[in-house]
Design a binder for this molecule. Structure first.
Ligand code: PLP
Length: 414
């Protein structure tokens, strides 16, 4: 027998599986609403014009070589990333109160920060919203951090369960960590209001909890980078020590370039170099140093006022198209008189909609009933690929497929 014979085969990743199944499906009407990636009106991937522009500049720049980047990436890159989070003239940057490292997009930032937290807060629990992005749980597990959860989604009202959230977090111990989606919560598309953020901040402060912001959709919620950073900036103003994981996959369309940033904010500037050294110590034995190409694109887009303006215009366009698709989908469902209420489609923000379609087999015991879940039927009968939890990526909806989608939803609900 082979040395590998005891190796157990594990199930494939749920989100990437939708892409594989979609690619295999020969039906021309198929729609992929599984993975969170922006699509044009024609349903194609989109490279931002400003990204193409700086890529040409990079290619022509004879000063650029292929030398190693520093372990934590170029400091100018890290500073550019942090200026997007906090604002260009933010005191936290002027006073040099943020350590930071280039990361392999948002996932890499989460993983590096979890390793950093495990080393320095070994006994802290990390609280995740219920539900959250599936990879959060896996990252905690790999970093050997204990997971806690807090209520978030109120299924009945299809909105935020703020009371449940505050109640669960009030049970956390001092030094525990709370992972918060900075905007465009994945998968629910439901964010706290500014007043609710203030309530959350005051509870975290009172109970000495450490905020951990995941910002993967800045600019995709409202189309405005500053508005989408309001929660993080509020916590900064409130004087927290906290960490931020940041991704440029969605808002700059750099999915495969893996450009992100891990930031540690310290109210005391004297502690920044210690935190920086710990980030280095995590990264060096993990992958040594980051790839430069994606970071070079991001740096050039952010640090040139002209490019920054072009970026913001394209972001407004992308998020605007998504908002329009939400309106169209709701209109079609209401015109079809699909049972239920559909205002949550337009109330939710960001890339995803938590449709309320169920992935759970409704009646598995009876031979006579159709036992497939609504999501199963969306996939098998209508060739619309989505997640078991009922999440669809609104970024994959277009004027050409929105009516087909609404009719399919109508069919599985009726
Ligand atoms: N965090 C959340 C909530 C996400 O939804 C995602 C991507 O789907 C990420 C982080 C990180 O993505 P990436 O590693 O592609 O930047």
């Amino acid at each position: 027998s082979s040395v590998w014979s005891h190796v157990e085969e594990l199930p494939p990743d749920a989100i990437f599986l939708t892409k594989t199944l979609f690619n295999k499906d020969p039906n021309p009407a198929k729609v992929n609403l599984g993975i969170g990636a922006y699509r044009t009106e024609e349903g194609n991937p989109y490279i931002l014009k400003v990204v193409r522009k700086v890529e040409r500049e990079i290619l022509d720049d004879v000063k650029l070589d292929k030398e190693y980047a520093p372990i934590c990436g170029e400091p100018q890159y890290v500073h550019a990333c942090q200026s997007v989070i906090f604002g260009k003239d933010a005191p936290v940057l002027k006073e040099k109160r943020a350590a930071g490292a280039q990361s392999l997009s948002g996932t890499g930032a989460l993983r590096v920060l979890c390793e950093f937290l495990k080393v320095n807060f070994a006994n802290s629990k990390v609280y995740l919203s219920k539900p959250t992005w599936g990879n959060h749980t896996k990252i905690l597990l790999k970093s050997h951090l204990e997971e806690g959860t807090y209520r978030y989604w109120n299924a009945k009202g299809r909105n935020l369960d703020i009371d449940g959230m505050l109640e669960d977090l009030s049970k956390a111990r001092p030094g525990d960590i709370v992972l918060l989606h900075a905007c465009a919560h994945n998968p629910t598309g439901v964010d706290p209001t500014l007043d609710q953020w203030k309530q959350i901040a005051s509870l975290l402060k009172k109970n000495k909890l450490i905020p951990f912001f995941d910002t993967a959709y800045q600019g995709f919620a409202t189309g405005d980078l500053d508005r989408d950073a309001a929660a993080i900036r509020l916590f900064e103003k409130e004087g927290f020590d906290f960490v931020v994981s940041q991704s440029f996959a969605k808002n700059m369309g750099l999915y495969s370039e893996r450009a992100g940033c891990a930031t540690v904010v310290s109210q005391d500037p004297k502690l920044v170099s210690a935190c920086q050294s710990q980030l280095e110590a995590v990264i060096r034995p993990m992958y040594s140093n980051p790839p430069r190409y994606g970071a070079e694109i991001v740096k050039r887009v952010i640090s040139s006022p002209e490019n920054f303006k072009l970026w913001k215009e394209e972001m407004t366009y992308m998020s605007g198209r998504i908002i329009k698709m939400r309106q169209l989908l709701r209109q079609h469902l209401e015109a079809l008189k699909t049972p239920g209420t559909w205002n949550h489609i337009t109330d939710q923000i960001g890339m995803f909609s938590f449709t309320g379609l169920t992935g759970i087999k409704i009646n598995t015991s009876s031979f006579f009933f159709n036992t497939a879940s609504q999501v199963d039927v969306m996939i098998s009968k209508h060739h619309i690929y989505m997640l078991k939890n009922g999440r669809i990526s609104m970024a994959g909806v277009t004027t050409k497929n929105v009516e087909y989608l609404a009719r399919a939803m109508d069919d599985v609900v009726k």
